[in-house]
Design a protein. Structure first.
Ligand code: ARG
Length: 579
């Protein structure tokens, strides 16, 4: 594995400079492969050594790298050492590279490849609470909620794979005036039968109708206000209707999340924090932090100069609390209940200011752990619609992805041999959605494009699945040929070496994603892996090769397939074995 080589090179450097080998690890990285060009395996950054004080920061980097390179000797592990501008390149022994990289794939499928890397030793692996998805009951599930769902799931999967204790939380929009309207309008527009049959659809319809009605009918509006007041005062009839809406919605969401392979440990929501929100207002008041604005609202000064040039409203003039007040209470409650070491909120970038204010007020209240809360913002998706129009429900997107994929698959003959083509189409369709979403920086907006994301060629989720299925089929067809032993000297072709060089980077890529919480590093790594595997597949046939060569090649392909599958799972994709 990559660690083995990094250690060896670091030890060599440590001896040359009479320092602990550990100081060199952060300066060493695997060199990204480029097409078919032969490249060295690792590079050492002189600048990193300068900034960590290992090398003097004065002087010429070129000279420093040459001088250091001259002091290093080749050995049985490191075959070649050369100095470039500000870097030293290392090429490791080819046979050893093959042997070490493919060692883990001998016995059972190894799903831990790269995950136990020493790169992760410095991480503080405590409890991470990740809050994601968080749709609003009776309202639309828009593209932003889909993004939050898959991004949050990725972050939770990644942290979990690296050994963090992860708590997955869904914070539902389950409180507010929309329930006044729903409660008041359900008698007129609602139907228990329809609610049971198609809960999300029906609640949404009722909500739309009540809104329309209340816009011109003051009695309806008044009834909505009354109903919401009854709810806030915990009157049992109102509460039980609300509860029914909430339970039905959660059940329904759970069913759909399952299709996405997403789950939550906790379904929380705004409704849990009405009382806490009032308490927060009192705490702010007793600390002298609550000011009254011109309109009579309760606000906290969040300006740097204390001149009220920016404020955060926490209470309406009528004394009721707001979205942010409930978030304040929720954060404090979570800290008390779960004692997290870090908390991550995943929402669209439109809420960046909301979270800045949230963290600001938490700090003002003396909660220094607010520094360990983070908002992961993402950009807008344009044009997410289905054949039947605008997307209102998550399920519509999943169905459309599945149906379109099923249609594409019906063109291919292998579909007929599948046990459950619908299930395969579903998994491949979802992986297309995920890869399209994760390819770029999360912060960027992007245009939703069914045709492009479902292409089998090019950088898509379909291509990932296709490559995985192809590798599985190769291994299936050659069952009995592979074995525990293989001869590394039969895998020295450039096409095979380049795959292994690429695998050297896997732990670094995971590390990078764990630092900036961006899935693009992992996605692009896997796409590249698939391209390299496609070349290897062409140039290194198994069929028709001698038993030894076939064995060695199968080991290469099963290693690549296993890393691919592991990476896909972290992204939230379920790899398919056939397609
Ligand atoms: N329900 C909110 C919305 O749909 C998202 C909640 C985000 N999380 C939070 N703690 N405020 O916009």
């Amino acid at each position: 594995m990559a660690c083995f080589f990094r250690r060896k090179i670091a030890a060599k450097l440590g001896r040359a400079l009479q320092q602990s080998e550990d100081v060199f690890i952060p300066a060493l990285s695997a060199v990204p492969v480029f097409r078919k060009q032969q490249s060295p395996d690792f590079k050492l950054s002189i600048n990193t050594l300068r900034s960590s004080g290992v090398l003097p920061s004065s002087g010429d980097t070129q000279e420093q790298s040459e001088e250091l390179a001259n002091r290093l000797k080749q050995d049985s592990v490191v075959e070649d050492i050369s100095a470039g501008n500000g870097v030293i390149h290392f090429k490791v022994n080819r046979k050893l590279l093959v042997e070490k990289m493919l060692e883990p794939f001998g016995k059972e499928d190894d799903h831990t490849f790269g995950l136990n890397s020493e790169l992760f030793k410095t991480l503080k692996k405590g409890t991470t609470l990740v809050e994601y998805s968080s749709p609003n009951i009776a309202k639309k599930f828009h593209a932003g909620h889909l993004r939050s769902t898959i991004i949050g799931n990725f972050i939770a999967n990644l942290k979990q794979s690296l050994g963090y204790n992860v708590i997955r939380m869904n914070y539902l929009g389950d409180w507010g005036m929309q329930f006044g309207l729903l409660g008041a309008g359900f008698g007129t527009f609602g139907c228990q039968e329809k609610l049971k049959q198609n809960p999300l659809q029906h609640l949404f319809e009722v909500y739309v109708q009540v809104n329309k009605e209340a816009a011109h009918n003051e009695d309806m509006m008044q009834a909505a206000r009354d109903f919401f007041r009854q709810l806030e005062q915990h009157e049992s009839e109102a509460v039980s209707l609300w509860q029914q809406f909430r339970e039905i919605t959660v059940d329904e969401y759970q069913r759909v999340y399952k299709r996405l392979n997403v789950h939550f440990d906790i379904y929380s929501g705004e409704s849990f924090h009405q009382h806490g929100a009032q308490e927060v207002v009192q705490q702010l008041q007793s600390r002298g932090l609550l000011k009254t604005s011109e309109t009579g609202a309760g606000v906290v000064d969040t300006s740097t100069d204390g001149d009220m040039s920016s404020v955060c409203a926490v209470q309406r003039a009528d004394g009721t609390t707001l979205y942010i007040t409930r978030d304040l209470a929720a954060a404090i409650d979570r800290k008390e209940k779960y004692n997290f070491d870090e908390m991550i909120y995943v929402t669209d970038k439109g809420q960046a200011n909301h979270f800045n204010q949230l963290f600001h007020v938490l700090r003002a209240l003396g909660h220094s752990w607010a520094d360990r809360c983070e908002h992961v913002p993402f950009g807008l998706v344009r044009g997410m619609s289905t054949r039947s129009g605008e997307v209102v429900f998550l399920e519509d997107v999943l169905n459309e992805a599945r149906n379109r994929m099923l249609h594409n698959m019906s063109q291919s003959k292998t579909t007929k041999e599948m046990d459950d083509p619908e299930d395969t189409a579903e998994k491949v369709g979802i992986s297309a959605l995920i890869v399209q979403d994760f390819k770029g920086p999360l912060h960027s907006d992007y245009k939703f494009d069914w045709d492009r994301m479902l292409q089998a060629q090019g950088d898509t989720g379909v291509f990932l699945q296709y490559t995985h299925a192809r590798l599985c089929s190769l291994i299936r067809r050659n069952e009995g040929v592979g074995g525990f032993i293989f001869d590394p000297s039969l895998l020295l072709e450039p096409t095979s070496i380049i795959v292994l060089q690429h695998l050297l980077r896997y732990d670094e890529v995971l590390y990078q994603s764990s630092q900036d919480l961006q899935p693009k590093h992992l996605v692009n790594f896997l796409l590249k892996l698939c391209h390299l595997v496609a070349s290897a597949h062409r140039e290194l046939p198994v069929k028709g090769s001698s038993q030894e060569v076939a064995q060695a090649r199968l080991r290469l392909f099963s290693g690549a397939g296993s890393v691919l599958a592991g990476g896909m799972r972290i992204l939230g994709i379920t790899p398919v074995d056939k397609m």
